[in-house]
Design a binder for this molecule. Structure first.
Ligand code: NAD
Length: 360
């Protein structure tokens, strides 16, 4: 079987980790034709937009993509390409496994958590009103009248929509994942005590959906409490299902539990397409230095192979990565005991070590 997959190298450290990931995936023997598409900084220079239509068209056609990180300017400029892509393709579920690998230093051992983050709603819906604009003043006036609460005139506003249908889809996804992967428990994460009509709705719908899956345990946790529990007793949790913002924040927290962003993979999955990418961003200060850890994107490639049904190739690639991590020799600076360890290898060299394990 041969596949055509859209490859979006991205910007910052994206192109270098994407190149290494491509080589590792090809070394499994799975036949892939890569359709490479430019998005991010390089696309702005070439097309005047960070997300040209042809990128979305390519993923729609191929139904699957591997993506490097893309920089989002803070506060000004273009909206996030990552968020726009997830919206355009309705990639409603963000799947982020956080698993301990031997050899990767971290405060805990034996962690095997999976975050299922809602990807299209919540404060990330992109509905925002800039401070000082006429439409914002109008909205402030309307809301102040309707809610009997004063909103300061010099406010900016971001809207947080959470729907029954969106929540049903993501919670079902979490339970289906739990069932298919023999997981025991799903925990819904929220702040329903404060945001009764959004997080409250999320919790109410999660409880209803949970009744369809009596074979999987269900519980809920308030997000602040869960943040503390995760850093004290992470082994008590299994699959977490979260609205968009909490999912984003706790993904990085859980990556920290297993040794950092260098080993945290992910996939954005919808009904008709899927885009696999690491949890980390474009780390611009390391751009072009052949320095950062490619493992998170390669592990995202492992997830992609599993999604394609290439289980045996996925298992072999994960085992090769795990061996390189366990040996701890040919690994990048972030996986060494100290940041300036002279024995750290570069991105390419770590990739080559993984390829050698695969070919053994
Ligand atoms: P970041 O994840 O890019 O980097 C934070 C720090 O984590 C880095 O300085 C580095 O020390 C470490 N790090 C990250 N990836 C690493 C790797 N592979 N190996 C070793 N160390 C690694 O987060 P940031 O600095 O907040 O964001 C930079 C840019 O990336 C921003 O523009 C942000 O919007 C964007 N971003 C994109 C995505 C995405 O494309 N999906 C995700 C998150 C952030």
């Amino acid at each position: 079987m041969s596949y055509t997959i859209t490859l979006i190298p991205g910007d910052g450290i994206g192109p270098e980790i994407a190149e290494v990931t491509k080589e590792c995936i090809e070394s499994t023997g799975v036949k892939i034709t890569w359709e490479e598409k430019t998005a991010g900084e390089a696309a702005i220079e070439k097309y005047g937009t960070p997300l040209p239509d042809e990128v979305i068209e390519s993923v729609k056609k191929n139904k699957i993509a591997l993506k490097g990180p893309i920089t989002t300017p803070i506060g000004t400029g273009f909206r996030s390409v990552n968020v726009a892509l997830r919206h355009a393709l309705d990639l409603y579920a963000c799947l982020r496994p956080c698993k301990s690998y031997e050899g990767v230093a971290s405060p805990f051992k034996g962690i095997d958590l999976v975050l299922v983050r809602e990807n299209t709603e919540d404060l990330y819906a992109g509905i925002e009103f800039r401070k000082g604009e006429a439409v914002t003043a109008e909205l402030i006036d309307y809301l102040s009248k309707k809610s009997q609460r004063k909103i300061r005139e010099d406010s900016g506003i971001s809207i947080k929509p959470i729907s029954i249908s969106g929540t049903q889809k993501i919670v079902r996804f979490a339970f289906e994942y739990a069932k298919a992967n023999r997981r025991k428990k799903v925990t819904a994460v929220h702040k329903a005590n404060i945001m009764k009509f959004t997080d409250g709705l999320f919790l109410e719908v999660a409880r209803q959906v949970a009744q369809e899956y009596p074979e999987v345990q269900f519980e809920d946790r308030i997000v602040d409490n869960l943040s503390m529990q995760l850093v004290m007793r992470p082994h008590e949790y299994d699959v977490l299902v979260l609205p968009n913002l909490y999912g984003d924040i706790l993904s990085d927290l859980c990556a920290g539990l297993v040794g950092g962003l260098g080993v945290a993979p992910g996939g954005n999955i919808g009904e008709t397409a899927a885009v696999f990418e690491a949890t980390h961003g474009s780390a611009p200060k390391y751009k072009g230095m052949n320095k950062v850890n490619p493992a998170a994107l390669i592990l995202s490639g492992v997830m992609m192979l599993r999604y394609l049904g290439e289980k045996e190739a996925a298992d072999r690639l994960e085992k090769a990565i795990a061996e390189v991590l366990r040996e701890g020799k040919e690994v990048t600076y972030d996986l060494k005991p100290t940041r300036n360890d002279p024995s750290a290898v570069g991105t390419r060299e770590m990739g080559q070590a993984i390829v050698r394990k695969l070919k053994k």
